[in-house]
Design a protein around this ligand. Structure first.
Ligand SMILES: Nc1nc2c(ncn2[C@@H]2O[C@H](COP(=O)(O)OP(=O)(O)OP(=O)(O)O)[C@@H](O)[C@H]2O)c(=O)[nH]1
Ligand SMILES: [Mg+2]
Length: 324
């Protein structure tokens, strides 16, 4: 029987060093982890051995099965694309908003839930997770038990925290499992992996997917920062080293909510560029830029940008306490 790597779920093999699941032949019978996972977990090394999976392919596979689905999303990656994927899951499902401790203090957990239900018309249950002492995990465990759910898939975008979720669940249940490999870079888990946590609960980890129209997949796990700008007439905002620009009318203060590590990727630009795509932002609406963050405008305005339309979304704002 083929053994699998407990770190990434790949079948262990000793024929091709550059492919997933590689382990030297003399270790294949007793190793718990493939060489890539071992080196990532012990030496912080990075290596790419597989391409990100297609979300629709994963969901098609899961839809053929009748098992419950726990779908993880972190707040900055919450957008129509992700919600459409969630809604395309036919099985009974739960939406978990993860890394919520990184949200600014003025956004409370009940606000997040009400907001998602209202804006994206999500009727499935929603739970919040994130923060110190495995916040939210016990409540999710109790929820699963109360609803008689003993086996569930964990699905979601790469880096949303699926494998960390299983490790955290193992901690509170005191399960003696081998820790799953988790990492701040995308594409860590490579295959489905069934993890029996106790007599009552088995979770199935899965490879994450990426949002194809995301401008940046370099997420961090740091607090969401707010960067505020008040632009003059001949100034704009430049993104990702002059790849994209946004012209904003003078006198409209804006705040950018992001967790990009490198502040230089979002900067004031002392020039107005010629840009085609004009967008009207109403009072109390935000601009969502896939992979970069959320822009909050102080008042109703018109902006111009060269960001492709499939990478942006305008939606009612969570800031300002409307969803309390
Ligand atoms: N701040 C914060 N970071 C988290 C939380 N959960 C997970 N992370 C971090 O998010 C990163 C990604 O976590 P993983 O568990 O590897 O994510 P994944 O969804 O399994 O990713 P793939 O296997 O690539 O699909 C890691 O650096 C985790 O430490 C959380 O609740 N809060
Ligand atoms: Mg994972």
């Amino acid at each position: 029987m083929t053994r699998i790597c407990y770190g990434c779920g790949a079948p262990l093999q000793s024929t091709d060093k550059d492919k997933k699941g590689y382990i030297p032949e003399n270790k294949i019978n007793d190793a718990s982890y493939c060489m890539r996972c071992f080196r990532m977990m012990h030496y912080g090394e990075q290596s790419v051995v597989d391409t990100p999976k297609d979300a629709k392919e994963i969901i098609r596979k899961v839809n053929k099965d009748n098992k419950y689905v726990i779908f993880l999303v972190d707040y900055l990656n919450l957008n129509q694309y992700v919600i459409d994927l969630f809604q395309s899951i036919k099985n009974n499902k739960l939406l978990v908003v993860n890394k919520c401790e990184l949200l600014p203090d003025n956004i409370t957990y009940p606000m997040v839930k009400n907001y998602i239900k209202d804006i994206y018309k999500v009727s499935a249950d929603i739970k919040i997770k994130g923060g110190t002492a495995n916040h939210g995990i016990s409540s999710i465990y109790n929820y699963l038990m109360n609803n008689n759910i003993h086996e569930a898939y964990l699905l979601g975008i790469s880096n949303s925290g699926k494998s960390t979720f299983i490790n955290d669940m193992a901690t509170i249940l005191e399960s003696k499992i081998n820790k799953i490999n988790t990492n701040k870079h995308a594409n860590t888990t490579l295959d489905f992996m069934r993890v029996r946590l106790n007599n009552e609960l088995t979770l199935i980890d899965s490879p994450g997917f990426i949002i194809p129209t995301s401008l940046c997949n370099d997420v961090t796990n740091e607090d969401i920062k707010s960067l505020s700008y008040n632009l003059k007439d001949n100034e704009s905002i430049q993104l990702l080293n002059n790849k994209y620009f946004i012209n904003i009318s003078e006198g409209t203060p804006v705040t950018f909510y992001t967790n990009l590590k490198d502040n230089n990727l979002i900067k004031k630009h002392f020039k107005e560029e010629v840009l085609d795509n004009e967008l009207s932002i109403e009072d109390n609406q935000d601009l969502i830029i896939y992979g970069l963050g959320i822009i909050r405008f102080k008042n109703k305005t018109t902006i111009k940008t060269n960001i492709p339309t499939e990478s942006i979304e305008i939606r009612n704002s969570i800031f300002g306490g409307y969803y309390e």
